[in-house]
Design a protein around this ligand. Structure first.
Ligand SMILES: [Zn+2]
Length: 464
């Protein structure tokens, strides 16, 4: 089963930056879509940072109570879009944005689309999608994301995806807003940025970049550019609005910029390797972000002992940074020191204001790896708690199933396996494991009912 949860070649596995790989969808309305997938990235640090970017904007937009989730897509191209109650942001967009303000501007613009109720009917339909896998089916979004990810000639692939039909309408609806909606979203974005005391300069920088590069015959066109045409008049009216703000020249705080740089370095190291990170920090090769990227590169590609020394040095510099402890935990876990790794993850959890389920699952994984009977129970409890608030983090079910398996709780292990398959979109395997689990359960108990739900689940749009 492990292979199901491992990822594509472009993303190495580590406890930090878990690339969930393909969320395979078997329930497509068209065969082209059946192969669609959304390459999702789960990382405690990046998720917390992007949520910190979005929180004040969502509040200003009146969306705080809408429960908008942010989903990170492992894709080097620049893209951000909204589907239902989820906002998708490509790692490529995060890496290309040189300042927090640039990505915050894009989030503000997308929030403008949500608040404006643009494409409302489509969004309602998408909001009902229960899992990422179903969403991928409805959108055919994977066809686009995956195409761009596997080929630098992103548009060629994306274009092929677009032409494939299937959920053509949904996709066109998603990709193309009307001109009036674009300018409304721009104006809303400016309002949110104004209300939160931030500059619209970053948004302008980003949009201008797309304007300059617009050429559909070019070798690489970012999906965002396709969905967001930037005619000259749009940019110029945006520029006028942006410059009229008293916050126009305000820049991000040094601390936020540092977190942003650390995020960019991490994405570079995990998705493109050490050289990409070095290029990123050419101007400041001894800065904290460069040092962090170097420690991660050493962990991924180098000597564990040396990686541990580098992580220790980072912890010394910022003892309260949860992700430095997380990195330490990752290194120790890979060095076959699970008890020490667990201690590091426990520290990370204590320091993490975002209460990330990813750190908790990593802690559970470390406890599990010690193999001690007491720890197995604790591992199962930790992972269960994490999954209770983040049920789509399907990587976690692998470890939960292992913990239950080692505890001799066979039906619990099988149900956890079924859940893992379910949330990753492999409904056939999910049903098989749910049925196996159920055969060992007492009828009518909560786990029995959950197993039944999985067995009965009807994939939307699938004729059978
Ligand atoms: Zn837009």
């Amino acid at each position: 089963m492990a292979s199901l949860f491992r990822s594509s070649l472009s993303c190495l596995r580590a406890a930090a930056f878990v690339c969930l790989g393909a969320v395979t969808s078997l329930g497509g309305t068209a065969s082209a879509i059946a192969q669609s997938n959304v390459p999702i990235v789960r990382d405690a640090e990046i998720e917390a940072l992007v949520r910190d970017y979005a929180r004040p904007i969502f509040k200003a937009a009146g969306l705080s109570k809408s429960g908008i989730d942010i989903v990170l897509v492992n894709d080097p191209s620049f893209n951000a879009f909204v589907a239902g109650r989820r906002m998708f942001i490509n790692t490529g967009a995060l890496m290309q944005a040189e300042t927090p303000n640039e990505i915050i501007g894009v989030i503000a613009h997308e929030a403008g689309h949500i608040a404006g109720g643009h494409q409302e009917r489509l969004r309602e339909q998408l909001a009902r999608a229960q899992t990422m896998a179903i969403l991928a089916t409805l959108l055919g979004v994977g066809a686009i994301a995956a195409g761009a990810a596997t080929d630098t000639a992103g548009l060629g692939q994306a274009g092929a995806g677009i032409a494939m039909g299937g959920s053509e309408m949904a996709r066109r609806g998603l990709l193309g807003y009307q001109r009036t909606e674009e300018s409304t979203a721009d104006r809303s974005a400016i309002t949110y940025l104004e209300a939160t005391g931030q500059s619209a300069k970053g948004m302008l920088v980003t949009f201008k970049r797309f304007q300059d590069a617009l050429s559909l015959s070019g070798t690489r066109v970012d999906p965002y550019q396709v969905s967001h045409p930037m005619p000259r008049e749009r940019i110029s009216s945006l520029e006028t609005l942006a410059k009229s703000s008293p916050h126009y020249d305000k820049s991000d705080s040094a601390a936020l910029q540092q977190r942003h740089d650390m995020m960019r370095g991490k994405i570079a190291v995990y998705t493109q390797g050490q050289a990409a990170a070095s290029r990123l920090f050419r101007k400041d090769p001894r800065g904290l972000a460069a040092q962090y990227a170097d420690a991660q590169a050493t962990f991924l590609y180098g000597n564990p002992a040396s990686a541990l020394r580098k992580a220790d040095a980072l912890v010394k510099l910022q003892p309260n940074n949860p992700y430095f402890h997380e990195l330490r935990g990752d290194i120790l876990l890979r060095s076959n020191k699970p008890a020490e790794a667990a201690a590091s993850f426990a520290k990370a959890i204590k320091l993490d204001p975002s209460n990330s389920s990813i750190l908790q699952v990593a802690y559970g994984q470390a406890l599990l790896t010690t193999g001690k009977p007491d720890n197995l129970k604790a591992a199962a409890a930790e992972i269960r708690k994490a999954l209770a608030r983040d049920k789509e983090y399907f990587n976690g079910y692998t470890y939960l199933a292992q913990a239950y398996g080692q505890l001799g709780q066979v039906s619990d292990a099988e149900l956890a396996t079924a859940e893992g398959y379910f949330y990753s979109g492999n409904y056939q395997q999910a049903r098989i494991f749910a049925a196996r689990a159920q055969s060992k359960m007492k009828r009518g108990t909560p786990p029995w009912i959950r197993a039944q739900d999985i067995i009965n689940y009807k994939v939307p749009g699938k004729k059978k």
